[in-house]
Design a protein around this ligand. Structure first.
Ligand code: GRF
Length: 194
């Protein structure tokens, strides 16, 4: 009997290229992949990632933070939707809301994030720019477990990307994204097999 796949939700706010990489990996190896993307949640109705999910017949849900008066209530709604869908693993992929300690603690050990730097360097929302400004010769991406302190959880996988003379944010991001996609695919397989 094949093992049951782990039920995964991906939380996004935008383009969802990492989401696409995860969907493609699950679908291209459906017989062996230990996870299945069952739900995509976005806090923005216009996020292109929602289209990507719909294209693959994956259930989507928009939960706008603007509809809630506190972070706690917003996070409680996300938690409820995750439970309603029997979600076991949460992947943050360009989800641009800071999650409350209470929510993060409920999902600790089951929620991962991708960040565009070699953590612990350059935490926060401007990691790519910060690596350029710091004059780093190498940056990269990190997939890590999510803990209440931002960008600080245990590292699962990192991949390096060289910074070239003349790089700006967009040229660097263009080389960074494919590495993110590889890292995230590997990380999801790894934690889904635990
Ligand atoms: C990625 O660069 C990721 O590191 C950061 O947000 C971006 C999301 O990109 N957390 P995409 O929406 O997956 O294309």
């Amino acid at each position: 009997m094949p093992h049951e796949k782990r039920r995964v939700a991906v939380l996004i706010s935008g383009s969802g290229s990492n989401l696409q990489a995860l969907i493609d990996d699950c679908e291209s190896d459906a017989g062996n992949h230990p996870a299945e993307i069952c739900l995509v949640v976005s806090n923005k109705a216009e996020a292109y990632g929602l289209k990507r999910a719909e294209n693959h017949n994956i259930k989507t849900k928009v939960i706008s933070h603007k509809d809630f008066s506190t972070r706690e209530e917003f996070d409680q709604e996300i938690h409820k939707v995750l439970l309603d869908n029997n979600i076991e693993i949460v992947c943050l992929a360009g989800f641009m809301r800071v999650l409350t300690k209470e929510f993060v603690e409920k999902w600790e050990g089951k929620m991962i994030n991708i960040h565009p730097s070699l953590l612990p360097k350059h935490k926060g929302a401007h990691a790519v720019r910060d690596a350029l400004v710091a004059g780093d010769k190498v940056t990269g991406c990190t997939v890590h477990y999510v803990v209440p302190e931002i960008d600080s959880g245990e590292i699962i996988i990192q991949r390096e990307v060289g910074i070239l003379a003349g790089d700006d944010e967009s040229s660097l991001l263009e080389r960074l994204h494919p590495q993110e996609h590889i890292a995230y695919k590997q990380a999801l397989r790894k934690i889904a097999e635990l």
